[in-house]
Design a binder for this molecule. Structure first.
Ligand code: CMP
Length: 481
């Protein structure tokens, strides 16, 4: 509450108290004359005394009300605040009601000593029923309010969503009658305590890390790994996004026109989630712009059938030729032979963590890493051991292809990885014209086999095993010994 408002209230309060005191003083001093006046008008009946008493009761009631307000202020607003405690509104209200009732009853017994108040309350069943019916809602709210104060499922400052109508806002007050929330359109909604007690209430506590989910989408041609990385980095920097938990970006659906994503992030101040959601969307837009990613809109994809390898060659076939000619085992090949291999190669993209090759499977092709990185892993005592990491331009899968034996290891994409797969027939053609290639390959295979053997295995010297591999490759590919 601001200072001027407090001063205004104090002046108003003092003026009202002075007016009430003055009215009481005047009424008490002039009661004899007022009674005479009434009797002249209404005749000398006993009811004039009762009228006077009722007016007195009313005046005392007004003064009592002002007194209770003053006590309430002194006790809760000053004493509690000195101890830095915010007294719940409900307790203040109960105090007011109880204090006022006591004052009223004292004044009543003083003015009407002939009326037996105790028996009136205890014996009058009709009075009880009437009071019960009249106060049904009020009492319901009152007791629901007490249970809310006792349970404390939420507090002032928390965001709550109430009932099927999903009234959403920040709790401003919990009184004996209702919960007051301020919606995000700055409207005030009062929810009766008894209604709130019946409805489900979703609570987003102020001192809790509450999360939000924002949806977006991309074109099917945009890489999921890249999208996830770009959005995560953009969102974690946004204002009011908690730095305690890293945002989670994940694919929700492979939709009709787009890959649908969601980003889940945690807020410092949940009451500002509308602004933060908007900021998150804005950051995603800019991050997309920088990373060359695109939002999808309803589209129809028209597929024009063309032989896929031809399409690849027309697309970035040049890059494939360049990649293959940089692979050391293919260095001796002529430009035409590398071109032929490139034409035969099939491109595949693997997500981070996906298996490219599974140990023990049969295999009739080898792979060259075009973009990305893979890990070669063997199982040792039930746990994976990484024997090598292969980068762009490295090859794998040659062991099973050239020896006809099962795959010797798992090969896992370490990040989003694009590989070029070359089959048995294409390699056979290359061997026919380049018999020397078999020799360098058998040496590499022998070396890799040694890398696969565990520390405890007794390894055969590379030269010795390479000679054995050389003859088995020649046998397998039907080359002259
Ligand atoms: P292949 O056995 O067909 O399938 C698994 C592949 O992992 C294997 O061929 C090799 O290409 C590769 N590999 C196995 N051991 C090693 C190693 N020590 N270093 C690098 N690559 C390897």
């Amino acid at each position: 509450m601001s200072r001027p408002r407090l001063t205004n209230k104090a002046i108003l309060f003092l003026a009202a108290s002075a007016a009430a005191l003055l009215a009481i003083y005047l009424f008490w001093s002039l009661q004899g004359s007022i009674r005479e006046l009434l009797e002249q008008r209404m005749g000398p009946r006993t009811s004039t005394l009762t009228i006077i008493k009722i007016v007195k009761l009313l005046l005392i009631g007004i003064l009592g009300y002002l007194l209770v307000r003053a006590l309430n202020f002194l006790f809760f607003a000053l004493a509690f605040r000195l101890k830095r405690i915010d007294a719940p509104t409900l307790i203040r209200n109960i105090f007011t009601i109880v204090a006022f009732t006591i004052l009223f009853l004292i004044a009543f017994t003083f003015l009407f000593p002939e009326v037996p108040l105790g028996s009136l309350f205890t014996t009058s069943a009709i009075f009880g029923v009437i009071l019960g019916l009249a106060l049904q809602d009020t009492l319901g709210n009152f007791f629901a309010g007490i249970s809310l104060q006792a349970d404390r499922p939420f507090q002032v400052g928390d965001v709550i969503v109430v009932g099927a109508q999903r009234h959403t806002g920040v709790v401003e007050e919990i009184s004996w009658r209702a919960i007051k929330i301020r919606t995000f359109q700055n409207h005030v909604v009062m929810i009766a305590n008894s209604n709130a007690a019946r409805e489900p209430i979703e609570v987003c506590p102020r001192d809790n890390l509450n999360a939000r989910i924002v949806f977006f989408n991309t074109l099917y041609s945009d890489s999921p790994a890249k999208t996830i990385h770009v959005v995560r980095e953009a969102v974690r920097e946004a204002e009011n996004v908690s730095s305690k938990v890293t945002p989670i970006v994940r694919i929700r659906d492979l939709g009709e026109n787009a890959v649908d994503y969601e980003v889940k992030y945690w807020l410092e101040d949940y009451a500002k989630y509308n602004d933060t959601d908007a900021l998150v969307r804005q950051r995603i837009w800019y991050a997309f712009r920088r990373a060359g990613l695109s939002f999808a809109f309803p589209t129809r994809t028209l597929h024009v059938e063309r032989p896929s390898r031809l399409a690849q060659r027309d697309g970035d076939g040049g890059a494939i030729v360049e990649r293959l000619s940089a692979v050391d085992i293919f260095a001796p090949l002529s430009v035409e032979e590398t071109g032929m291999l490139a034409q035969a190669a099939v491109r595949h993209v693997f997500a981070p963590g996906e298996l490219v090759i599974r140990a023990g499977d049969p295999g009739s092709s080898m792979f060259v890493v075009h973009n990305g990185r893979v890990r070669v892993q063997v199982n040792e005592n039930g746990r994976p051991r990484t024997v090598a990491t292969l980068n762009e331009g490295d090859f794998f899968g040659e062991m099973a292809l050239f020896t006809g034996e099962p795959r010797t290891a798992n090969v896992v994409a370490q990040e989003e990885t694009e590989v070029l797969e070359i089959g048995h027939a294409a390699m056979k053609r290359v061997f026919d014209t380049n018999p020397d290639l078999v020799e360098s390959l058998s040496f590499i295979i022998a070396e890799r086999r040694q890398g696969l053997a565990s520390q405890t295995d007794s390894a055969t010297p590379v030269n010795e095993s390479s000679a054995g591999i050389l003859s088995s490759i020649k046998r397998f590919f039907g080359l002259s010994q």
